[in-house]
Design a binder for this molecule. Sequence first.
Ligand SMILES: C[S@@+](CC[C@H](N)C(=O)[O-])C[C@H]1O[C@@H](n2cnc3c(N)ncnc32)[C@H](O)[C@@H]1O
Length: 265
Amino acid sequence: MAEPTERIDAVADYGTRPAGSAVETLFPVAVKRRRKRVAIQKDQGRGSLMVKQSSAKTYAPLPSVWFGDDSELIDKMLRFYPRKKPKDILDATVNCGRFWRGLDWKIVGMDINPAHNPTVVGDNTDMPFADRSFDVVVYDPPHIPNQGKDGCKDFSTRFGLTVKSPKEQGYSLSYMYPPFLAEAFRVLRPEGILLCKLADYVHGHRYQWAHLDFVRAAEIAGFCPCDSIVKVRQGPIIDPRWKVAHHARRQHCFWLIFRKSKKCE
Ligand SMILES: C[S@@+](CC[C@H](N)C(=O)[O-])C[C@H]1O[C@@H](n2cnc3c(N)ncnc32)[C@H](O)[C@@H]1O
């Protein structure tokens, strides 16, 4: 079997040849695609609808590993996943709005903590919005439970770490997800997008699979899980009280993308 590069060469000029040769027998799909492209190119002079459809379908994916900051990625995701440009965007854990710095998107920012001056002070498990009010909901919940302050960063206010993970919840934060997801589903319009930043963590002497818990809960809530992007952290959180390492140091988190729909594409 030919290598992929050879294959591309072999079908490169095939769009203009008659049907039925050996190349077509070996690579029917590639030849079919090539023929379609040639037909589109021929049609370009007439400015037909076919050309417009072709340019709208240019293969331009997002990378699945992201080394930049959240704002830049959010901007890209808002242009990539929604079926049309979103008008109404809710950040359901806005804190002081770091995600939106330098971006043009108008958002409603909600937080349970009035100290952050959000647009709406409220609980994202009981939202004060009508059904189907938003095209996109963004969620960045507290990532590590029951932490205090260290010398460098105020974890409690910056990351919302005052949320508890009690014994009866398995020392995990995942109990927050189902009530939030039910509300996110309710306030999103059909085909709306949910963008969530989730980090796994170690707590209660256990690896806590936050992102998996979230995906399971989202499916139960009715969302279609569509995509994931690994975001590499520049400065992973390290608590000065930690002495012995039992787990790999988390240097990444996940952006998970869901659609209020039966299908992603
Ligand atoms: C990790 S921080 C969000 C950081 C924010 N994305 C940023 O980059 O600035 C989590 C935020 O969720 C808020 N929060 C926690 N529980 C909440 C709830 N039930 N409803 C709304 N906000 C909540 C916290 O007050 C905290 O500001």
